[in-house]
Write a protein that binds this ligand. Sequence first.
Ligand SMILES: *[C@@H]1O[C@H](CO)[C@@H](O)[C@H](O)[C@H]1NC(C)=O
Length: 232
Amino acid sequence: LLSFRAAQYACTLLGYTLQKNGASADFLARIKQLEAHMSLGRKLFRLGNSADALESAKRAIHLSDVVLRFCITVSNLNRAMYFACDNILWAGKSGLIPHMDQEKWSQRSFRYYLFALILNLSRDAYEIRLLMEREACGKRPKGSETRHALREDGSLQQLLLMLKVKLHLLVHVLRSNPPLLVDVVKNACDLFIPLDKLGLHKTNPGFVGLCGLTSSVLSILTIVHPWLKLKP
Ligand SMILES: *[C@@H]1O[C@H](CO)[C@@H](O)[C@H](O)[C@H]1NC(C)=O
């Protein structure tokens, strides 16, 4: 299923690159067709995903951390809606539901996808903040030193120093938590896809293809190496 997704976005990227370099229209059309086949193939396997997302939402309700509970539950509910819309859209495209407004259902599905991604990124931001706070507390002596130095400098320098400390902390936290880093990069890459499809932030097909491909490769990586998957 994931390799279908990787292949689909590779086709998008390839088609865009070839178009830029002036490949023949016939060849381009064939690549477009291949891309559409991949997308349809992916959707065929997708029928069970809504149920799966609902199951995940039900599990997340029991998390003790309020923020994590909210983000993960609502994200999974949005994901379930996204898959549901996507299946309806697929039924429309395959002719099972005649006279369907495909554009409307496509927009709807991408909107749910976007909400799910925003919630996932909020969750990442929350976890990063927690870890940064924990890290800062663990290094009290150094922290009080900095604070002492801060009082003597001008306000701009103070701000820059604080930013530097924060940035340092952020890099440290991400480097010591590969699963969190992978999740952030994956969600950030995915974000450009609905933003482009909904017309909120237009990029080019080459960029969308690259983002989709990166995100798929990262997903495959978390399946090959399960310790890279962010829990819960
Ligand atoms: C968001 O996070 C959930 C739970 O961690 C995950 O299952 C899902 O694949 C992520 N992405 C989207 C688009 O919902």
